[in-house]
Design a protein around this ligand. Structure first.
Ligand SMILES: *Cc1c(COP(=O)(O)O)cnc(C)c1O
Length: 366
């Protein structure tokens, strides 16, 4: 018997999250100079971090001896979102908020519902809490809300929904989500994960403050890791009814968001030019990549995010060959999609490198 045999059985059964390959790792493994590597594997902002954020973080360095104070950022997010400060909870990445939800609402004897091909953290957070995962077969690679509703059991306490979803990119019309919320039992929490909300055309977004007022069992999660360019600082948040936020705060680590992330988020939220440039770059880059995939005769899933999944024969082999070309994309076999790869939209130059490398790899395979 080893000490590991005495760990919680549902924790021992977890298969760990597989992150995108860091550029430094590929450089070490294949001896490729760092500057020759293009990473399009983790849905990061290809423009990096705005100069205004960098200046704000540099100025805040002198204050890191002090414990952080979340007041200002919570106040700003509340004002922007049209909710009260008591309806905002900050996370060390929105991942942290998802964990808090699981900690508060899930346990052995309870269950959570999510879609096949949904974001990997949903099964992970569910499993780590000891609750049962109810995975509902996807419809055209996206959420089948009717079947998800039907899958809710008396012991179900959480439904996880990503919109747009990662890794498939599917976008559910908000009218469908609204109809779903109207039919979900009031004792089931619905987590609406909007990590890619800022990549939607403004006309497609909705006022979540009104929804939260109407549905006390709704939690809306957002992140600053994607369009705001702060993935490495770890900051995200949730909006919910005051009673839910109060519960999340009870399991939240008191200082879960660090000083630099707080300051960076304040500056990032205000940098409209950077956000607009990031949005436009994604729109044109998505069109270029989707065109190229079509030219190469490869199927893709229409995406509402800053990435697109495409189908390719021998995806694992194609992935290896792309790595040898210095291009990192994301294999999604772990999601049950072994014939697919996911590519993040990069700069025009990075997209061109990806397309050229993919063309070479596919030509060589014939
Ligand atoms: C990236 C992502 C998140 C956010 O991750 P954090 O970096 O922890 O904020 C959440 N949900 C989905 C679906 C994502 O793709």
């Amino acid at each position: 018997m080893s000490i590991a045999d005495f760990a919680l059985p549902y924790v021992r059964a977890i298969s760990p999250y597989q992150p995108g390959k860091p550029v430094t790792e590929l450089a070490r493994e294949m001896n490729i100079p760092l500057e020759r590597i293009v990473k399009l594997a983790s849905n990061e902002n290809p423009l990096g971090t705005s100069p205004r954020v960098q200046a704000a973080v540099a100025a805040a360095l002198s204050g890191v001896a002090r414990y952080p104070d979340q007041y200002e950022l919570i106040d700003k997010l509340a004002t922007r979102s049209g909710v009260a400060a008591g309806q905002v909870v900050l996370g060390n990445g929105s991942n942290d908020v998802l964990e808090m939800v699981a900690r508060v609402f899930l346990a052995p004897g309870r269950s959570a519902v999510f879609s096949q091909y949904a974001f990997a953290v949903y099964p992970l957070a569910t499993q780590a809490s000891g609750a049962e995962s109810i995975q509902v077969p996807a419809l055209d690679y996206g959420h089948d809300l009717a079947e998800m509703l039907a899958a809710i059991r008396p012991d179900t306490r959480v439904v996880w929904i990503a919109n747009p979803n990662n890794p498939t990119g599917n976008f559910l019309p908000y009218a469908d989500i609204r109809a779903f919320l109207e039919n979900v039992p009031a004792d089931v929490l619905v987590v609406l994960d909007e990590a890619y909300n800022d990549y939607l055309p403004p006309a497609a977004r909705v006022d979540m403050a009104a929804w939260i007022a109407e549905f006390p069992n709704l939690v809306v999660c957002r992140t600053l890791s994607k369009i705001y360019g702060l993935a490495g600082l770890r900051i995200g948040y949730a909006l919910a009814a005051p009673a839910v936020v109060d519960l999340l705060n009870r399991v939240r680590q008191p200082f879960n968001v660090n000083n630099l992330a707080l300051v960076a988020a304040m500056a990032a939220l205000d940098d409209e030019d950077f956000l607009q440039a990031s949005y436009e770059l994604n729109r044109t880059g998505m069109a270029d990549i989707v065109n190229a995939l079509g030219r190469l005769g490869l199927q893709h899933i229409p995406s509402g995010g800053n990435f697109v999944a495409f189908r390719v024969r021998d995806a694992a082999v194609v992935n290896q060959k792309l790595l040898a070309e210095g291009v990192i994309v994301r294999p999604i076999a772990g999601y049950g999609l072994p014939d697919w790869l996911r590519v993040t939209i990069g700069t025009a130059q990075e997209n061109a490198r990806f397309i050229e490398a993919l063309e070479r790899v596919l030509a060589g395979a014939q």
